[in-house]
Design a protein around this ligand. Structure first.
Ligand SMILES: [Zn+2]
Ligand SMILES: [Zn+2]
Ligand SMILES: [Zn+2]
Length: 143
């Protein structure tokens, strides 16, 4: 199935109107192997979307469980598509994130699940983040 069709279905599934800006954001996020910051998205989308619409689109997508936010080492918010397990108000992105100290890109290591943690009695968990820092494969290739 072509990406555009998958994205149409994704929006419909979450009861979101299918609009050109929303589809553009999904297309860009889908085309990237790393999570993308808002300024970066602005650059990549160019005139396809204005800043306010982008801001609102990201907020809606995050709330609906379509994308998740990952904090970079330098404090920027980065956005990446969620797994299909995510629903409204409930994210299940229990994968490891990787922060490259050279290019500052943040990667979703989707296949690497966060191991089960023994949280002490009396504590309840809402969210677990696991961020690994180091040098990514692209930077390592460049040497
Ligand atoms: Zn999610
Ligand atoms: Zn890197
Ligand atoms: Zn992720």
């Amino acid at each position: 199935m072509p990406d555009i069709q998958i994205h149409n279905q994704l929006l419909a599934k979450h009861n979101l109107k299918i609009t050109a800006p929303r589809l553009s954001v999904l297309a860009v996020l889908n085309s990237r192997e790393m999570a993308t910051s808002q300024p970066n998205l602005e650059q990549l989308l160019g005139k396809q979307i204005d800043r306010v619409t982008l801001y609102r689109t990201l907020a809606t997508f995050e709330e609906k469980g379509i994308i998740h936010k990952v904090m970079g080492a330098n404090g920027t918010s980065n956005y990446a598509l969620c797994s299909t397990a995510c629903t409204q108000h409930q994210h299940h992105d229990q994968h490891v994130h990787f922060n490259c100290t050279q290019c500052l890109n943040v990667y979703c290591l989707d296949k690497l699940e966060i191991p089960q943690l023994q949280i002490p009695d009396g504590f309840t968990t809402n969210k677990i983040d696991l961020m690994v820092s180091g040098v990514c494969n692209n930077c390592n290739l460049v040497g």
